[in-house]
Ligand binder design. Structure first.
Ligand code: SF4
Length: 78
């Protein structure tokens, strides 16, 4: 018998893929990709890091629909 035989089972945290996350803004970005792509709007956008002569404003992280992270929140069922 081992010490961890007495630990209570812990339910795994379900993964929320981007396509099911309330923070995902799905849209195809000009270049076709292997799977639909969107923008993660979980956090405020970051300044885009680009050459000084190009103004692209801000940058939202791009993710694929089958990506996920530990901060995903499921969309409300409606
Ligand atoms: S990266 Fe995380 S928070 Fe952002 S859309 Fe995907 S699951 Fe949601």
């Amino acid at each position: 018998m081992q010490d961890n035989d007495f630990l209570a089972p812990v339910a795994p945290t379900p993964i929320v893929h981007c396509r099911h996350c309330r923070f995902w803004d799905a849209h195809m970005i000009s270049v076709p990709t292997r799977t639909p792509e969107g923008l993660c709007r979980r956090k405020a956008p970051q300044p885009a890091i680009v050459p000084d002569d190009i103004d692209t404003g801000t940058s939202w992280p791009r993710t694929f629909e089958d990506d996920w992270c530990g901060e995903g929140v499921p969309m409300d069922p409606a």
